[in-house]
Design a protein around this ligand. Structure first.
Ligand code: GLA
Length: 691
């Protein structure tokens, strides 16, 4: 197939000029190949429908071989070839791969781990984000690139750095030590307020001199949790400051949008809701967990989180894999069609570019067994055929660009709460924030509900249901926001170990879960976590949400990990423990508050068991049950041209998709009526309504 011409399409503010169709391509690392390969690369990119590449991500050592000595000739030639071939460029700042000379000149600028061991060179990743030598050198190469290519017609955007927060996010170097103290002085103003916030009366940790305040390096016991939480905040802010400095250096010379590739859902160290405000376009990288046969659910969560971080605007999928991922324990190859299914799930959830790591498989280095668009097997391969087919199909979907996804359900995702819950000495090692988030998300996925990930502080009024699977740290203000949401008519479901501590990891005055008492009508008198292999039985009144009209039979549900000693304070128990540490005690409660309802689930139900409870929660929230078969993923995007339905069949059999109205299959051009079949493993994209 020849390169799709650049058709002027629906323009939207801040997008990549010249990429009005769905972006398609990958990381391009031409410096790994002799120059004669480059022309073939561009020819094959055209054949595959590639219109966008990320370039120069790890090229610092070649662009600046010695400090202050630059060589841009090769990059000029590559960008020229791409431009002539109609391939647009996201030009990288190469600051995720500092050159060996920088390490040699400034050994103090190396990242230091918690035990005091300095890192690198010889791998990749940034140096100490607060080290002046690293910051100065990073800005110098960024400025040189921006000056030289800021107005180049092929350079339509900037790809700053690479995956901030990986491979390491926490640095314990002398520079971090100094910067952490400055950050704390700024935040607390006085040692008195620092001592109060950190609760240093406990274990005699009171500070009388700022010089004695340390990064939480290795200690004989767990370090002060409030100190560790602040260090997580500081470390995230230090990385973000690196990004902002490079972004601003680029903006001096270029009006093209600036982005950086996030790892939504797999890099917990960066508070992406804060980062999302700093980038011009949100971008994400996602690698399917090959060990998980249902990894596509985790993919959907990552895509929904990315869209939520973008405030609903279209985003770029900058990296995923065509097949094997070399850093996973077993490099399980994608099955035929999986590359397309994964790509269309991202697209359906708001991605306007589908890109890969990487264009051409590397012969050398640590990632030579990673799949690529152009694999070691060359163009005679299955992967190449699927890559060209995907390029052709995305070329048929230009009208989706800029369209939006709507969600009725929000699932709370708060980095500070996750950082706090993951610290030591929590009531149960079995209570893991991510496990609960994944389980509730999986339930919602299976039930066909599109989900936004939301912060507890944001306006939630547009959602019919808000699920809080792991809100351990919940400030009084955020709890008030959730309570107001319920008062105004919303349905809130809270899982155990939520609303426990404030922003300093201190238990709320008034007791466990005190700030959610009004919304949930229940108090936690004591946590009753279970032994590792123990389970607990809940007698649940099925149909609880529509009591009176539905069956009032009891169902026995099995919980694990956790229970609470609950005191009812207005709530109705819809599930009661029949065994375990408190037989007869309330397990699942429902509370009418204002015009809305607050549910509390005090134990860990697995994804199948949750179905019973969630059916009632949906009914109470006015959410219609899904009418599609299990394993058929259906998402919708709405734009000026109509509503688009992306249907992905993850099963081995055909699936019927009820449409209820005539539609157009955008991949085949065929008109379809009412219901359509989605063959096993296949994808369909339908324009279901037209304005
Ligand atoms: C990350 C990086 C890429 C590459 C891929 C391999 O996402 O950004 O440079 O290492 O992983 O999966």
């Amino acid at each position: 197939m020849s390169q799709t011409p650049f058709v002027p399409g629906p323009q939207y503010d801040g997008w990549l000029t010249g990429v009005e169709q769905i972006g398609y391509g990958g990381d391009y690392n031409p410096e790994q190949w002799p120059e004669e390969v480059w022309a073939e690369d561009v020819r094959l990119m055209n054949e595959a429908g590639v219109n966008l590449v990320s370039l120069g991500i790890f090229s610092w050592a070649l662009l600046e071989p010695r400090e202050g000595e630059f060589d841009f000739a090769w990059l000029d030639r590559v960008i020229g070839l791409l431009h002539d071939g109609g391939v647009r460029v996201l030009l990288a700042t190469p600051t995720a791969a500092p050159p060996a000379w920088l390490y040699a000149a400034h050994p103090d600028a190396r990242v230091v781990d918690r035990t005091g061991t300095p890192m690198g060179p010889g791998g990749r990743g940034l140096m100490a984000p607060t080290a002046p030598a690293y910051r100065e050198a990073a800005l110098r190469i960024t400025t040189e690139l921006a000056e030289r290519y800021g107005k180049h017609p092929a350079v339509v955007g900037w790809h700053v750095h690479n995956e901030y927060g990986t491979p390491v996010a926490l640095d314990y170097s002398v520079h971090a030590q100094r910067a952490f103290r400055e950050w704390l002085r700024e935040r607390y103003g006085s040692l008195d307020s620092l001592n109060a916030a950190w609760g240093t009366a406990f274990w005699g940790q009171h500070y009388a001199d700022w010089e004695h305040v340390q990064v939480p390096a290795a200690t004989t016991t767990p370090a002060n949790p409030a100190q560790q939480l602040d260090f997580a905040r500081f470390s995230d802010a230090a990385l973000r400051a690196c990004f902002v400095a490079e972004r601003d250096a680029v903006r001096e010379h270029s009006t093209a949008p600036v982005t950086t590739n996030f790892m939504a859902a797999s890099c917990p160290a960066t508070d992406l809701f804060a980062w999302g405000k700093e980038v011009d376009i949100v971008s994400n990288d996602h690698y399917l967990q090959a060990a998980d046969p249902r990894g596509y659910v985790g993919l959907a969560l990552a895509a929904d989180l990315t869209r939520s971080v973008a405030g609903g605007k279209p985003w770029l999928l900058l990296e995923h894999s065509t097949s094997a991922v070399n850093w996973q324990p077993r490099n399980v190859a994608k099955r035929p069609g999986e590359l397309a299914r994964n790509s269309f799930s991202h697209l359906g959830r708001g991605a306007d570019a589908i890109m890969f790591f990487q264009w051409r498989a590397s012969r050398s280095g640590a990632e030579k067994f990673h799949s690529a668009m152009l694999p070691h097997a060359g163009t005679g391969s299955r992967v190449w055929r699927e890559v060209t087919e995907l390029g052709a199909n995305l070329g048929r979907l230009t009208e989706l660009a800029g369209s939006r996804v709507h969600a009725d359900v929000a699932l709370l995702w708060d980095y500070e709460s996750f950082w706090a819950q993951d610290l030591e000495f929590r009531p149960s090692q079995g209570a893991r924030h991510r496990e609960r988030v994944d389980t509730y998300y999986d339930r919602l996925w299976r039930d066909g509900h599109t989900v936004d990930l939301a912060r507890p502080s944001q306006d939630l009024s547009g959602y019919k249901l808000v699920v809080a699977p792991a809100s351990y740290l919940l400030t009084a203000d955020d709890a008030a926001n959730l309570t107001a949401y319920v008062e105004a008519g919303g349905t809130l479901l809270v899982s155990y170990f939520s609303g426990i501590v404030d922003q300093h990891d201190a238990v709320h005055p008034g007791g466990l879960m005190a700030p959610l008492r009004d919304a949930l009508g229940v108090r936690v008198e004591e946590f009753l976590p279970l032994r590792e292999d123990d389970s607990i039985t809940v007698s649940y009144r099925a149909g609880a949400a529509s009591a009176g009209s539905a069956s009032m039979d009891s169902t026995a549900l099995t919980g694990t990990v956790w229970a609470d000693d609950l005191v009812l304070d207005g709530a109705e128990p819809v599930g009661t423990y029949t065994d375990g540490p408190k037989p007869g005690g309330a397990a699942i409660t429902r509370h009418r508050h204002g015009a809305g309802t607050g549910w509390y689930v005090s134990t860990s139900l697995d994804v199948e068991t949750l179905a019973t409870v969630m059916a009632d929660v949906y009914a109470g929230a006015g959410l219609a049950p899904s009418d599609t078969v299990a394993g058929l993923e259906v998402v919708h995007r709405t734009g000026d041209g109509g509503t688009y339905t992306v249907a992905i069949n993850h099963t081995d059999g055909p699936a019927r998709l009820p449409l209820g109205s005539p539609a157009t299959d955008l991949l085949t051009g065929d008109a379809v009526t009412d219901d359509v079949d989605v063959p096993a493993g296949a994808v369909r994209v339908l324009r279901t309504t037209t304005r």
